[in-house]
Design a protein around this ligand. Structure first.
Ligand SMILES: Nc1ncnc2c1ncn2[C@@H]1O[C@H](COP(=O)(O)OP(=O)(O)OP(=O)(O)O)[C@@H](O)[C@H]1O
Length: 240
């Protein structure tokens, strides 16, 4: 299968700090990949270079054969990438339904957009929140609304940064189910800390450390990997 996303020599420096260091990353079409690593490993910075939130200092990002290095987030989304950042990117003053419909309307005329909105709300288990103003919802509920917005855009690639943050156990289970389901029709990259959630969804994972790819393997092998355990413990010991 072809690669839908690649980076070559991707590097991001902030002054003297090299947050992402010469990363070559490959994601196959339809693949679900989790990005792990201790705090400060460079996962979020790498993610932001993919989404257009940051312009890398060096290297390039290719999506579906197109060079997207330094492209605006708007263009990246229009090309078929669904992005969920750490802070829910929703419109607080309107309802969940209206938020999701805005996303569905990007590709579809009104009747189809309405139908897609309803099915997506249902898929995400938030039909009961359709008429609620999003600014009044809990953090976990807002995360699900944002995910519904991403899915209603029918992306070819979905990028999720810490999607399980602030969720209840039930919301997290729903999210895990949704991510697995979404991975049947799109490639998915998930940056996440929540190990319970990772265990629910992860197959092949990429572990970052000090800005570089430290290990790539199946999650069960990663969990047994002593060097991976050490980089996590090392960070905790340093922080203590
Ligand atoms: N805007 C910035 N300016 C300066 N340094 C930054 C900036 N953003 C990130 N860094 C630094 O880059 C390194 C990587 O940070 P990053 O947030 O990408 O790691 P992470 O793996 O996502 O960590 P976490 O899991 O805690 O979110 C850290 O040393 C961090 O302090």
């Amino acid at each position: 299968m072809n690669d839908i996303l690649t980076t070559r020599g991707l590097t991001m420096r902030f002054g003297g700090v090299t947050a992402v260091d010469n990363v070559d990353f490959n994601l196959r079409d339809g693949e679900l990949r989790c990005l792990l690593g201790p705090n400060g490993a460079g996962k979020s910075t790498f993610f932001k270079c993919l989404t257009g939130q940051l312009t890398p200092t060096e290297g390039n990002v290719t999506f579906a054969g197109q060079d997207l290095t330094g492209a605006h987030t708007h263009r990246i989304v229009n090309l078929g990438v669904g992005i969920k950042t750490q802070v829910p990117n929703v419109f607080d003053g309107i309802t969940a339904y209206e938020n999701v419909r805005l996303s569905a309307r990007r590709k579809h005329l009104k009747p189809l957009a309405r139908e897609l909105t309803m099915t997506t709300l249902e898929r995400c288990g938030i039909t009961h929140l359709a008429r609620r103003e999003v600014g009044l919802l809990s953090h976990g509920q807002r995360q699900l609304v944002e995910l519904a917005m991403v899915l209603a855009g029918e992306p070819k690639l979905i990028l999720l940064d810490e999607p399980a943050a602030g969720m209840t156990g039930d919301e997290r289970d729903r999210l895990a189910q949704l991510v697995l389901e979404s991975a049947r029709s799109a490639a998915v990259v998930v940056v996440e800390h929540d190990m319970a959630f990772i265990r629910q969804i992860a197959k092949f994972v990429t572990v970052f450390n000090r800005g570089a790819i430290f290990r790539e393997a199946m999650i069960d092998d990663i969990m047994q990997d002593r060097e991976v355990q050490e980089i996590y413990l090392g960070k905790q010991a340093n922080a203590a």
